[in-house]
Design a protein around this ligand. Structure first.
Ligand SMILES: *Cc1c(COP(=O)(O)O)cnc(C)c1O
Length: 404
């Protein structure tokens, strides 16, 4: 066996499988690898001649045969040094990991490349996901590329351009009157009857494993010296979970040493179960009501394994911060003025970063990486354009003098 499941709670091992990622004890099953075998081919040296997609780390992804890989060129995104901001704050070093450069414009591409490659290996033909938008459009794109049928379910207030993107990638797209977990219930209820393979967060192993490559890549791009702090916009949590697994595996492989980064989750106030649990202490509790934040990837009141997210933040000596909608808006402008197009989630990391600087939680000796998980354009208001089409000057004149 090259890989298997291990429960993150009771540590019991299980054979790898496509679905059912919950252990009998209630813990989540994470993929473990035969690292001795991995290290025979995956070396710092061998990486130097590999292709620039996340599949350069194929030994650490749970796909048996490279023939089954479904790839649109995801991963190996730029890591940009922000020298002007370093001086202004000050911090020792600041980078932005430009995940918006992925196919489909968000880091969700990584998760779906892995998830659909695994599904492909198992002969799956029909997939479904509930999402706040980017997971839906990523599934739509990868499913079409893999010749699978896709049904995607998003809250009805999800950004219109992202919905349009799902339609254009050919997915059956449904707007749901409710939040992401209400959309998830539809899939859970119809899963048997419709034969859907559920690619929702932590419903199968691929999403978190794909996102793990963000951590592997960050380490390699920084020549195997991890930063002190990673700021990440958190919703379902597979990014934090995946990256943390990456660092542990790299440590076991001997690729990195020393302390792992302090992990920071940023959420928008109004939907902040991770922040609330960290502030209050104790076991994770989902947010039951008063979900009033914007429709973004961070709006997940009831993540599938919130306990795992907060335990990682605590193990890493990290923290969680809630930032307001206005702070996010301002942060988008701040990023913009530094040449970075950021989605609300990406901008939230900038807002969280400046807050933690003010609080002295991030200091001048710290090296910090912010994850810009998507770009601004996908979130712009979308409407059918009613711009008239003209051919001649006379047409133009007619428009000018038309009585409206
Ligand atoms: C899904 C999403 C998030 C949240 O990421 P998780 O790993 O699910 O916590 C953040 N930003 C964007 C743009 C997203 O699409």
């Amino acid at each position: 066996m090259k890989f298997w499941f291990s429960c993150n709670s009771c540590r019991k091992k299980h054979p790898f499988r496509l679905t059912e990622t919950k252990c009998g004890c209630g813990g989540t099953l994470m993929v473990e690898y035969d690292l001795e075998k991995v290290s025979q081919t995956l070396t710092k040296e061998s990486l130097k001649s590999r292709g620039t997609s996340m599949w350069r780390y194929k030994e650490l992804l749970p796909v048996e045969s490279a023939h089954h890989i479904i790839s649109l060129g995801e991963g190996w995104t730029p890591l940009v040094r922000m020298k002007r901001a370093e001086k202004a704050f000050p911090v020792k070093k600041l980078w932005v990991k430009r995940e918006e450069q992925n196919p489909t414009g968000s880091f969700k591409a990584r998760g779906f490349s892995a998830a659909l490659s695994i599904a492909n290996e198992y002969g799956i033909k029909k997939v479904a996901v509930n999402s706040n938008g980017n997971a839906a459009s990523a599934l739509a794109a990868y499913a079409s590329h893999a010749e699978m049928g896709a049904d995607v379910f998003v809250p009805k207030d999800c950004p219109g351009l992202i919905v349009e993107e799902c339609v254009q990638y050919g997915a059956n797209t449904y707007l749901v009157d409710g939040l992401i977990h209400n959309a998830g219930k539809i899939i859970a209820d119809g899963r048997r009857e419709q034969g859907w393979h559920n690619v929702g967060t932590l419903k199968e192993p691929g999403r978190a494993e794909g996102k793990k490559t963000m951590g592997l890549e960050l380490a390699e791009q920084l020549e195997w010296n991890l930063p002190d702090v990673i700021v990440y916009p958190t919703g379902g949590g597979s990014g934090v979970i995946g990256m943390w697994n990456a660092f542990k595996q790299l440590k076991q492989l001997g690729f990195i040493e020393g302390d792992l980064p302090r992990m920071v989750s940023v959420q928008e106030s109004g939907c902040q179960p991770v922040v609330d649990t960290c502030t209050r202490g104790g076991a994770f509790t989902a947010q039951k009501d008063n979900v009033i934040s914007s429709p973004t990837g961070m709006r997940v009141p009831s993540p599938p394994d919130g306990e795992l997210i907060v335990s990682i933040l605590s193990e890493s000596d990290g923290t969680a911060v809630a930032v307001s909608k206005d702070e996010i808006k301002q942060a988008q402008t701040s990023f913009g003025k530094q040449g970075i197009s950021s989605s609300p989630e990406g901008a939230a990391t900038w807002a969280g970063f400046t807050r933690l600087i003010e609080q002295g939680w991030i200091g001048k000796e710290d090296e910090v990486v912010l994850f810009n998980t998507s770009h601004a354009m996908k979130y712009l208001p979308w409407k059918q354009h009613h711009i008239p089409i003209i051919k001649t000057y006379q047409d133009w004149l007619n428009i000018q003098y038309a009585v409206s």
